[in-house]
Design a protein around this ligand. Structure first.
Ligand code: NAD
Ligand code: UDP
Length: 314
């Protein structure tokens, strides 16, 4: 049995990862400051004999003994990471320094939840790991994009300088149960709006694209990357190459929910990437991984989750 630290463990992805690790028979230490995460996401895990929760902010040092670390702590939705941009950069950068320092001290293997945002508004399509990106250092998304880019730099410097064993995943848009209904990301917004028959807020003309991965597929990718041989450090793209416009996404959700909602246009946020699709050649070759759940199938499961949540009045 390994003792595994998951930072951001009460969030959307973190809660799925904690559940998966417990199911594998591991011991899990979940750390979160509840900025965007929720007690509800880990409520079903609290009684598990191998689960421990610690309320802690990763911008402060943490002294624990663990074998592996998954560093997921960071708000992921533009609305939330732009709410306190200085704290967002601190979480990514100081959080990475603290977790890498911990990994170095206890000789733990460490995984970083990096992002497709390191590619910015990409001029190469689809995006391979070799693409250096196109990021506005001064815009409203920079606190997140540049924070994550700097965290990648720190991971590779700790690896070269201190031989820390690192695994860096570049995650593309992922969705599923345990997303916060107030999260602000497109899939949760559209589903909650559709289920309440409120207008669907389509930003810009809706021709911008994203590629959506279902959470279970992504967590499988996390596990394969963490357990891969020492020669694999990443960065490695994890995402579903199926690419859709935001208008297509809105129409699919309206169709699947049978909603009477109208679509209303709102201004496109500044620096909103025009297109995004992962090139997952490397993940296929190195990890034997690729997504298995198509968008409609994943949306059906996610809609069922939000339906239950709304019925509870949460
Ligand atoms: P989320 O907002 O649901 O989860 C993030 C968690 O981190 C929350 O529980 C939050 O409370 C916690 N957190 C934030 N700041 C913290 C701090 N200073 N100290 C301790 N905990 C803190 O988002 P998510 O979708 O689960 O994302 C998890 C990770 O994956 C993030 O690092 C995110 O950048 C990355 N990621 C996610 C996606 C996606 O589509 N879901 C895409 C790319 C990258
Ligand atoms: N978006 C939208 N309506 C919403 C929320 C988001 O049209 O209510 C658009 C947003 O402009 C972007 C895409 O959906 O083009 C994905 O946005 P999200 O915030 O989910 O993630 P990110 O931009 O970080 O990929």
């Amino acid at each position: 049995m390994k003792r595994i630290l998951v930072t951001g463990g009460a969030g959307f992805l973190g809660s799925h990862l904690c559940a998966r690790l417990l199911a594998e028979g591991q011991e899990v230490l979940c750390v979160d400051n509840f900025f965007t995460g929720r007690r509800r996401n880990i409520a079903g895990l609290l009684d598990h004999r191998n689960f421990e929760f610690l309320r802690h902010d990763v911008t402060f040092p943490l002294y624990v003994e663990v074998d592996e670390i998954y560093n997921l702590a960071c708000p992921a939705s533009p609305i939330h990471y732009q709410f306190d941009p200085v704290q967002t950069t601190k979480t990514s950068v100081i959080g990475a320094i603290n977790m890498l320092g911990l990994a170095k001290r206890v000789r733990a293997k460490i995984f970083q939840a990096s992002t497709s945002e390191v590619y910015g508004d990409p001029s190469v399509h689809p995006q391979p790991e070799s693409y250096w990106g196109h990021v506005n250092t001064l815009g409203p998304r920079a606190c997140y994009d540049e924070g994550k880019r700097c965290a990648e730099t720190l991971f590779f410097d700790y690896h070269r300088q201190h031989q820390v064993r690192i695994k860096v995943a570049r995650i593309f848009n992922t969705y599923g149960p345990n997303m916060n209904p107030q999260d602000g990301r497109v899939v949760s917004n559209f589903i909650v709006q559709a289920l309440s028959n409120k207008p669907i807020t389509l930003y810009g003309d809706g021709t911008q694209t994203r590629s959506f991965c279902y959470c279970d597929d992504l967590i499988e990718g996390f596990r394969r990357l963490m357990d891969s041989g020492p020669e694999i450090t990443g960065p490695i793209n994890l995402g579903n190459p199926g690419e859709f416009t935001m208008r297509q996404l809105a129409e699919t959700i309206l169709d699947l929910t049978g909603s009477t909602s109208s679509i209303v246009h709102e201004p496109l946020p500044m620096d909103d990437p025009r297109q995004r699709q992962p090139d997952i050649t490397l993940a296929r070759e190195k990890l034997g991984w690729e997504p298995t759940i198509a968008l409609k199938a994943g949306l059906v499961r996610t809609i069922a989750y939000f339906e239950a949540l709304l019925a509870e009045g949460v």
